[in-house]
Design a protein around this ligand. Structure first.
Ligand code: SF4
Length: 1011
């Protein structure tokens, strides 16, 4: 009998259970057979993917008579091994929920109820609305007279929920319309990850992958409660712990992650840089760093230019009038040939490592302890445990999520882990790296496809008005290195940009017309078009209409009182959703007279994940195919179909009537119908004509085998170069691979190299050339990722196929960095080359003991009559508020609050507070309280707990409270969003809002619904 692995697991499971019971003399096999038959007999089984966290658990979906009757974890998915958390276990009830949107709904201006309409009526009117608005407001030039060809009065928000293929056609459509106010959930969850990780290593993604965490000797979890919010992560962390790894959880509150860790170390929210700055000082002073790695693979030996300085919290180059740094002041010193000067002895005082030592010399135990609230003993315990991984055969991993990103220093929080990992040599190796636990699925893939204003798909900056031609643009963004040992992979950017333009405009993109570059909208240089600014401009009547797919900003954006007022001001709104939520129904929120809300709303019912096919990418960059398991419920449709129909209807109108700058729309090479498989091929890319590369002929229409084959002359197209290689002529759609075979070397480190496909080029561990010495010998042969054997690399796909550094033709390991080295000193970020501790925008302190610069000097602060900030140490608001997710609800909760079991487990808004604070406020556990800030107030049930404790900060008691961010007014009918009190302040690099630290006060409610 031939048995598949899944079949084998099922038989084994049944056999094991039967064996156990048969020992008791009970034969249950007839009962088991009967029960199994009842459940899924006659059902069609397909594979889908959980639509919640970025663990992307694969699920087996059973459908019968068109209805989903069973969902269970897929045991073949290496990350989960068949496990599901509460959300995944609720997928059947969520898909079949009577609360689902199943018909297109229309709300006329001033109407008090929804009216059902058919798709045709809705689509026709939506296309008309978009075209009329575009024709009215299209801007051929900006105020300075530069050509911009953009539309500012319309926005697009969302959607991290769509597949990669839906994202690809959505991005193409948004650029064709000229929209620049274009943003999605990555902005508010992980936007800092890209600039932080890219500045350190070259790419903005999680370095390793979930199952690799089992290889760690130490795991430092900061800014994440992964046992509850990315539960499958903890499967691998537990495995590491069972093998002897130390697991440290640094977090303001005790959680299930803390309970399963070796230590929990409470920290005041917003002080992570201070704590880790102390660790850098400890590592450098106690020579805990991995010197060979540091000298050869990082920029520790580079000489920082003489213009650089750091004085009292400010880096050199600050322009007070502009409120920005001039980064030229942070440049490296170069020789006449353009090579960066280096001192590999590390003796020169301007070597990066010495400048770094000076910088963190102020982070002594006393100061760090007094600012963070962490005892000196705990600091030392963490520093010692983690820095023990700075040895060739040891590996440590950082794990973070929104607890790090959602700060006015979000990028520099993450950079801090990058600095420590470089010092300890924990990059590229098994069990090392930085686990950026992404939020929603598919936020990794949709970030790769750039549903954000600042990038084009594949991490190319969006063109700005100061680059009028493609040549100007490519010159500005194509780095050059004088060092022959640096691969400097971004020198290939022109090939990827031209291939992208070919994919958008097909035969209409020619060399003569700059491949259609003038049709891509241009932003104003330095302008910010992200969430905080979109809502501020909407509030100030500068935005008239928009599209919002799979996103709930009226619940999830800070200062929601202002956000909701801004939303009221729109003339028209198109929303694609699975359920009603605070955004779809904002016009009828409590306290509002719908008759006074002028917005015309088109609410389009969306298919849910198991009702459509396509790919999503987990945090570890695994691109995986999910199948259509059942027809969409009612009249719902997948979003890809909606985007394609909207674009084609608008195009029809332009073809018929003409209008403002029609070329980007009429000349687009856009599918007539949405077909995920066909778009997946477009994403990978094809040859646009017969082309010979390296003596091999590729015929027109053939799939490009990988991005090294993309061309600059227009002979190839690809909608996103990093995904090129995932769909080939030889192997087909590699995202569908389910092959679990591995070599013994690969199996030792849980590499699973043949399961699905991973960008880039199926490389499972990024920067893996740093896991070997300059001769290609693994630093840790027991957990080798790659090795140079007999003149070739074995193991994982090497990060650059050239020989090891010391050999002829050898290159540096960080191929995406211009100079080939990981960057301890990062001269490219807005707020400094080294992370520095600044207090959050609202702080209970009156002084910052590290400098007289209280806050990040270049943080983004939104100003309006609804955007007040409490002053430093404001006695009216003495309590620090932090926010978080729950296992049972995902993000804004707009889906999971429709799951009866999930809602039963976590039924209402609450605020966690210490016994000490509760006593001070006269509040008892379970009583209703008001949480208030300068922006507004919200109501919650008090959860008085030992999970949060008062901190002693600079000799004073500072209380911290925590609230989940998943509740809203639509359901359950008690309380509202935490974001009524949070601040509109953002990190200077990405404008991610500071959700994780603002000032509030708490008092007992005198009546329920006191809002
Ligand atoms: S929410 Fe995350 S951990 Fe839970 S089942 Fe879904 S993908 Fe898996």
């Amino acid at each position: 009998m031939s048995v598949s692995r899944r079949g084998f697991i099922k038989l084994l499971g049944a056999g094991t259970a039967a064996m156990g019971l048969s020992r008791l003399g009970i034969d249950l096999s007839p009962t088991q057979a009967y029960a199994a038959g009842l459940k899924i007999e006659g059902a069609k089984e397909s594979i889908s993917i959980c639509p919640f966290c970025s663990c992307c658990c694969n699920v087996l979906v059973h459908a019968k008579d068109g209805k989903i009757i069973n969902v269970e974890g897929d045991p073949d998915y290496p990350v989960s091994g068949g496990g599901l958390c509460a959300k995944g276990a609720s997928l059947k009830s969520l898909h079949n929920s009577p609360e689902r949107l199943t018909k297109p709904l229309y709300r006329a201006p001033g109407a008090t109820k929804w009216v059902e309409k058919d798709w045709d009526w809705m689509m026709e009117r939506i296309a008309r609305r978009i075209k009329d608005q575009r024709d009215r407001d299209f801007m051929p030039k900006n105020a300075a007279g530069a050509v911009v060809n953009r539309l500012e009065s319309v926005f697009h928000l969302g959607s991290s929920q769509v597949s990669n293929e839906e994202a690809a056609v959505l991005h193409q459509m948004i650029r064709a319309f000229g929209i620049v106010h274009f943003d999605h959930q990555a902005r508010i969850c992980h936007s800092p990850s890209v600039p932080a990780l890219a500045e350190c290593f070259g790419r903005g993604a999680m370095t390793n992958h979930y199952s690799d965490l089992a290889n760690s000797d130490a795991v430092l979890i900061m800014g994440s409660n992964c046992a509850e919010h990315h539960p499958m992560t903890f499967r691998w962390i537990n495995m590491a712990k069972e093998k002897g790894a130390v697991v440290v959880h640094v977090d303001p509150k005790f959680s299930r992650t803390s309970a399963r860790s070796t230590y929990h170390v409470p920290i005041r929210s917003g002080t992570d840089i201070a704590m880790l700055g102390g660790m850098i000082k400890y590592i450098l002073e106690n020579k805990k760093y991995f010197e060979e790695f540091v000298v050869n693979y990082t920029n520790a030996s580079f000489l920082v230019g003489e213009k650089y300085s750091f004085k009292d919290g400010m880096f050199a180059g600050f322009d007070a009038a502009k409120g920005k740094y001039d980064k030229a002041a942070w440049a490296f010193e170069k020789d006449a040939a353009g090579m960066v000067k280096r001192d590999k002895t590390l003796a020169h005082p301007r070597c990066v490592i010495n400048v770094m030592r000076d910088h963190y010399s102020r982070y002594d135990l006393d100061t760090v302890s007094s600012v963070t609230g962490v005892s000196k003993a705990d600091l030392l315990k963490v520093y010692e445990a983690y820095s023990a991984t700075g040895k060739p055969d040891k590996a440590g991993s950082f794990v973070y999520a929104l607890g790090w990103t959602q700060h006015s220093v979000g990028v520099q929080n993450i950079r801090m882990s990058g600095l420590i990992q470089q010092l300890l040599g924990n990059v590229g190796n098994a069990g090392g790296g930085i686990a950026a636990l992404r939020g929603e699925p598919n936020v990794q893939g949709t970030t790769d496809h750039a549903l954000l204003y600042g990038y084009l798909p594949g991490y190319h900056s969006t063109p700005t008005a100061n680059y009028p031609t493609l040549g100007d643009y490519l010159k500005a963004y194509t780095p050059k290195s004088a060092d022959p040992m640096s691969v400097n992979w971004w020198q290939n950017r022109p090939k990827y940009v031209v291939s992208l333009l070919k994919s958008w405009y097909g035969d209409n993109a020619t060399k003569e017309n700059d491949f259609g570059y003038s049709w891509v909208p241009k932003m104003d240089p330095g302008e910010d078009y992200s969430h905080l600014y979109i809502f501020d401009r909407m509030y100030k009547d500068k935005i008239k209409g928009g599209l919002c797919f799979g996103h709930n900003p009226c619940q999830s954006i800070p200062n929601s009182n202002k956000v909701r007022k801004a939303w009221d001001k729109l003339d028209w709104l198109v929303i694609g959703e699975v359920f009603h939520n605070e955004t779809t129904d904002n016009w009828r929120r409590p306290g509002i007279d719908p008759k006074k809300v002028k917005t015309e709303v088109f609410l389009l019912p969306s298919a849910y994940r198991a009702e459509k096919a396509g790919t999503v990418s987990n945090s570890g960059r695994w691109q995986m195919w999910h199948y259509k398991c059942a027809e969409p419920l009612g009249k719902s449709r997948n979003m890809g179909e909606m985007f394609v129909e909207i674009m084609n209807r608008v195009r029809d109108l332009y073809n018929k009537e003409g209008g403002a700058f029609p070329e980007p729309i009429t000349k687009a090479d856009y599918p007539a119908k949405f077909d995920a498989e066909a778009v997946a091929m477009r994403v990978n890319g094809t040859f646009t004509r017969d082309t010979t590369i390296g003596g091999k002929l590729y015929k027109k229409g053939q799939l490009v085998p990988g991005f090294p084959n993309l061309q600059v002359d227009g002979s190839t197209s690809s909608m996103c170069w990093v995904y090129c290689g995932g769909y080939t002529e030889e192997a087909g759609n590699l995202a569908k691979r389910r092959d679990l075979t591995q070599t013994p070397m690969q199996a030792k480190i849980h590499l699973y190299p043949k399961f699905a496909w991973v960008w880039p080029m199926d490389r499972r561990i990024l920067y893996n050339r740093a896991s070997v010495d300059v001769n290609g010998k693994p630093y840790n042969p027991e957990k080798a990722v790659i090795a140079w054997e007999n003149g070739k690399w074995v193991g994982d796909v090497p990060d650059g196929g050239q020989p090891p550094m010391a050999m002829k033709g050898g290159v540096y390991p960080f191929i995406m960095q211009t100079e080939g080295h990981a960057q301890l000193f990062g001269p490219g970020r807005e707020d400094g080359p080294f992370p520095e501790h600044y207090e959050p925008a609202e702080t209970p302190l009156k002084v910052n003991p590290f400098s007289s610069q209280m806050h990040n000097p270049v943080m983004k602060v939104i100003k309006s009559d609804m955007d007040q900030l409490a002053k430093n140490g404001d006695p009216r608001f003495p309590i620090v508020l932090t926010t978080y997710s729950l296992t049972e609800h995902w993000c804004s909760g707009s889906e999971t609050r429709n799951g009866p079991a999930l809602l039963e487990a976590e039924p209402q808004q609450y605020v966690e507070m210490s016994h000490e604070l509760a006593k001070e406020k006269g509040v008892k556990n379970g009583e209703v309280v008001i949480v208030e800030s300068l922006r507004g107030k919200t109501q919650a049930v008090a959860m008085v707990t030992v999970r949060v404790k008062p901190f002693t900060i600079m000799g004073k008691t500072v209380h911290l409270v925590g609230m989940p961010f998943c509740f809203g007014w639509t359901k359950p009918k008690c309380g509202d969003t935490t974001n009524r009190v949070t601040v509109s302040v953002g990190d200077p690099n990405t404008s991610i809002p500071e959700y994780k630290a603002c000032l509030v006060n708490v008092y007992k409610a005198t009546k329920v619904t006191e809002l």
